[in-house]
Write a protein that binds this ligand. Structure first.
Ligand SMILES: Cc1cc2nc3c(=O)[nH]c(=O)nc-3n(C[C@H](O)[C@H](O)[C@H](O)COP(=O)(O)OP(=O)(O)OC[C@H]3O[C@@H](n4cnc5c(N)ncnc54)[C@H](O)[C@@H]3O)c2cc1C
Length: 379
């Protein structure tokens, strides 16, 4: 039996960021089922930081996280770079654009309203005017995150503090032994600690069931991204992350090509998500609807799971029905951009430390993220 002070299940961004914050307080062991870290949702994201998503708690955590993303990682790589977000509206989405602008305004001092001509100047392929895009809001405070650099930076911090990260360690059983949680892996190895952090993404409810803890009713939703060639003769590198004001479509540049997403939310079991033909075709159809691009060839596509609570606000807090079992779950479509906040929250609640003043400034209190609000045992 290997013992620690903190046992963390899940080596996505939630798990590694939490361990990086906990490692200075004691011995940490991170268990990841796959052979590498960040294989599931954390490795399949669009890697954007923007305020066009989530409720006020999510936007507040996003704003809090900014300072971390503006730093340079352990290996000298920037964790993010400035990159605008453009929220576009055809006539039927104008009310949605007004509402979105009002919701973003407290968090961004870089908002600018654009008319159709200005939108065309920013992203020339967008269909503007008439029943096409008639207005947009440009947010100059958005950023492109480097998920690989983030993962590496957090894992370097864990290593510096003597924490252990073990890949290929799928937890298949969890039992209580006195004051400790004991996790057993598929290989038969056993790990014990008084605190178990459940950071298993889409599998969090399953981990709770293994431990005899009431699940929260988390719902994984599949989302698809396709990769397209850039239009001939166009330099797309500086195009913004472009998203409809009401959830329907987004597009962004990536290494000289374009990524496009039909903003699909298909309920799924926790699984190694794969793109479905229908969603790939839908993505292509939406590219042709919102832009002048003809989709002749889809270079590549992928899908990933975004896992939500009922109220679409993540969960960070000890389970009310099990001592030492800490939920770090339901990061939905914002797990990267909120990871610095979620991990700071985990640190404060697990170690009994001070609640970060920066979160209080954004009106965020522990109760907003507590599992109790979801009615434990209600599902
Ligand atoms: C298409 C797409 C676009 C997105 N775009 C953005 C974006 O632009 N910005 C943003 O902030 N977020 C975005 N997200 C959301 C973001 O990717 C997620 O919120 C985040 O990655 C969740 O991280 P996680 O660590 O909770 O989950 P995961 O990365 O899935 O990690 C959970 C880990 O737990 C492990 N695990 C599961 N069961 C066990 C077990 N029994 N034993 C050991 N380990 C186990 C899994 O193998 C997995 O590695 C996007 C997601 C998708 C799919």
């Amino acid at each position: 039996m290997q013992t620690a002070d903190f046992l963390i299940v899940g080596g996505g961004i939630a798990g590694v960021s939490a361990v990086a914050r906990l490692a200075p307080y004691g011995r940490t062991i991170l268990l990841e089922a796959e052979d590498g870290f960040g294989y599931h949702s954390s490795g399949r994201s669009a890697t954007y930081y923007h305020f066009g998503i989530g409720k006020s708690v999510v936007r507040g955590m996003t704003a809090f996280s900014r300072a971390h993303f503006e730093t340079v990682g352990a290996n000298g790589t920037a964790l993010s770079r400035p990159s605008s977000a453009l929220f576009i509206a055809p006539p039927e989405m104008l009310a949605g654009l007004d509402a979105l602008e009002a919701e973003m305004r407290p968090y961004s001092d870089g908002l600018e309203r654009l008319d159709a001509d200005a939108v065309r100047a920013v992203v020339p392929v967008l269909r503007c005017g008439g029943d096409g895009i008639v207005a947009a809001v440009l947010d100059r405070t958005a950023r492109r995150l480097d998920s690989e650099a983030l993962q590496q930076d957090y894992r370097a911090a864990i290593k510096r503090e003597g924490g252990r990260s073990i890949a290929g360690a799928r937890v298949i059983a969890i039992a209580r032994d006195g004051a400790a949680w004991v996790a057993t892996t598929a290989a038969g190895d056993r790990f014990a600690a008084p605190v178990l952090v459940n950071a298993a993404g889409a599998w969090c409810d399953g981990i709770a069931r293994l431990a005899g803890v009431a699940p929260l009713g988390l719902q994984p939703l599949r989302r698809t991204i396709i990769v397209l060639d850039a239009p001939p003769g166009q330099e797309v590198r500086d195009w913004p992350f472009t998203k409809t004001a009401v959830d329907d479509f987004y597009m962004l540049p990536e290494s000289g090509r374009l990524l496009a997403c039909p903003v699909d939310e298909v309920p799924s079991e926790p699984t190694d998500a794969q793109p479905e033909e229908y969603d790939i075709a839908l993505a292509a159809a939406k590219v042709e609807h919102y832009t002048s691009l003809a989709v002749r060839r889809i270079g590549h596509s992928w899908a990933g799971l975004r896992t939500f609570t009922h109220d679409r606000v993540p969960v960070a807090g000890f389970a009310p029905d099990a001592d030492g079992f800490f939920w770090l779950a339901g990061q939905g479509g914002y797990g990267l951009q909120t990871a610095p906040a979620m991990s700071a929250i985990a640190e404060a609640l697990i170690t009994g430390g001070i609640w970060p003043a920066g979160l209080t400034d954004w009106g965020i209190a522990p109760a907003h993220l507590a599992p109790e609000r979801l009615g434990v045992g209600a599902v």
